[in-house]
Design a protein around this ligand. Structure first.
Ligand SMILES: [Zn+2]
Length: 183
């Protein structure tokens, strides 16, 4: 029933999460042997030791937060679960949210369990994750990598029209249940 790779993220090829990100260009680099001023978002561990702040996995921007966006596909008895892990800055997080949610909106409705359980659950979880990412301040300009473009909102994409079909089906089922109850 399920895919042999339940957590396969190959549908959304991205840089490896542990791949080193280039550092922000530092216009006033401290002399060798000195730590210099802490970066924004840095967490002091002790008066002399400061943990590096989280940076976006995709563009290296600050600030960033851990997040996982999910996608789901389901056709008859075949299902596939995909995920894209952060950390993300606010801009890249929004872009990933829109990409995986749009994909789920047209590929996620075509198996019974996907229709009633996995796709609605995926959409709800992604929405909560986006709310978490949206709490971040805007990325500080000058990030070392290229930020993703968020593109059009999910509901303004053609792919979202596919969600009309399960909606019509749900209305049809609800109307039959109501007519059975009232007859
Ligand atoms: Zn980013």
């Amino acid at each position: 029933m399920t895919s042999p790779h339940p957590q396969d993220s190959s549908a959304f090829p991205l840089p490896h999460p542990m791949a080193p990100q280039p550092a922000y260009p530092h216009p006033t680099a401290p002399p060798a042997g000195s730590f210099g001023p802490p970066l924004p978002g840095a967490v002091p561990l002790s008066p002399t030791l400061v943990a590096p702040p989280l940076t976006c996995r995709l563009c290296g921007a600050l600030p960033a937060a851990f997040a996982t966006f999910r996608a789901h596909q389901g056709v008859l008895m075949w299902m596939r679960f995909s995920r894209v892990d952060g950390p993300f800055c606010r801009t890249c997080g929004l872009a990933i949210y829109r990409e995986v949610t749009s994909s789920t909106m047209w590929q996620g409705w075509w198996s019974p369990l996907s229709l009633v359980l996995f796709t609605p659950g995926t959409l709800i979880i992604n929405r909560f994750t986006l709310a978490h990412i949206n709490k971040l301040p805007a990325p500080i300009p000058g990030q070392p990598g290229r930020q993703l473009l968020p593109g059009a909102p999910v509901l303004r994409r053609v792919s979202s029209l596919a969600a009309v079909l399960p909606l019509l089906w749900a209305i049809w089922v609800a109307s039959h249940i109501l007519s059975d109850l009232t007859s």
